[in-house]
Design a protein around this ligand. Structure first.
Ligand code: PGA
Length: 250
């Protein structure tokens, strides 16, 4: 399976900026595609820009995703967005359980689990984020925390993507070492096999947390790293595409 390079634009992008970024990524992916870009590309703009960005990227190999969805398809939930709405706006993917959602919106594993079911029912591919805080890593609890998040967030038959994003590495400029990434991705692979059987043996496990062009090649070369989830560096087309060029084929 090709590596997946996914950009999480977070709460960035008014119309003109989002369109300019999408068009630069489109142009770069077409040029790189001709030269054989090894990975799959995905951008996850804020809700308000999904349909514009999806229209600009229609017919290209760059996918579009949301950054969250509600656990139910529709209803009296002021300010929320249902998975069928994302699909209708042109998204094919959705990030769920990002640590900024878990922390700022008190999302629990049970809620993420319900959101995954809603996303799949709407035909979206979920990217489920897990990761420990700095205090949890310092006290050696990272495997328990991540193992618990996987068991609690992934429904039976889950066939999406998992993203390991250590909370202390997100937006901080600190990246996990290659050894830490190898150990955690190995542990996640083992847990996915146990929870999901064969499908858990092949599902992509992304690394996220301060991925930059300068560290992408070495992180993407680590065993069991199936791609990257990129925040800050995904807002510059040049950096996002440079990271994508660092992806490997297998
Ligand atoms: P960052 O964010 O690349 O800015 O660290 C990653 C993420 O939150 O997905």
């Amino acid at each position: 399976m090709r590596q997946l390079i996914a950009g999480n634009w977070k709460m960035h992008g008014l119309g003109a900026e989002a369109a300019a970024l999408a068009l630069l990524i489109k142009a770069g992916s077409i040029r790189a595609g001709a030269a054989g870009l090894a990975c799959e590309l995905l951008v996850c703009p804020p809700f308000t820009q999904i349909s514009n960005v999806a229209a600009l990227l229609a017919g290209t190999a760059v996918g579009v995703g949301g950054q969250d969805c509600h656990a139910t398809a529709q209803g009296a939930h002021t300010g929320d967005i249902g998975a069928p709405m994302l699909r209708d706006a042109g998204a094919g993917w959705v990030i769920l359980g990002h640590s900024e959602r878990r922390q700022n919106h008190r999302e629990t594993d049970a809620l993420v689990h319900a959101k995954v079911l809603a996303a799949v029912a709407a035909g979206l591919i979920p990217i489920v984020c897990v990761g420990e805080t700095e205090a949890e890593r310092v006290s050696g609890q990272q495997n328990d925390v991540v193992g618990g998040q996987l068991a609690g967030s992934l429904p039976d038959g889950f066939a999406g993507v998992v993203a390991y994003e250590p909370v202390w590495a997100i937006g901080t400029g600190k990246t996990a070492t290659e050894d830490d990434v190898a150990a955690m991705h190995g542990f996640i692979r083992q847990t996915l096999r146990r929870l999901l059987g064969d499908v858990g043996g092949t599902m992509r496990i992304l690394y996220g947390g301060s991925v930059r062009p300068a560290n992408a090649v070495s992180l993407l070369a680590v065993a069991e790293v199936g791609g990257a989830l990129i925040g800050g560096a995904s807002l510059k087309a040049e950096d996002f595409l440079a990271i994508a060029r660092g992806a490997r084929a297998a």
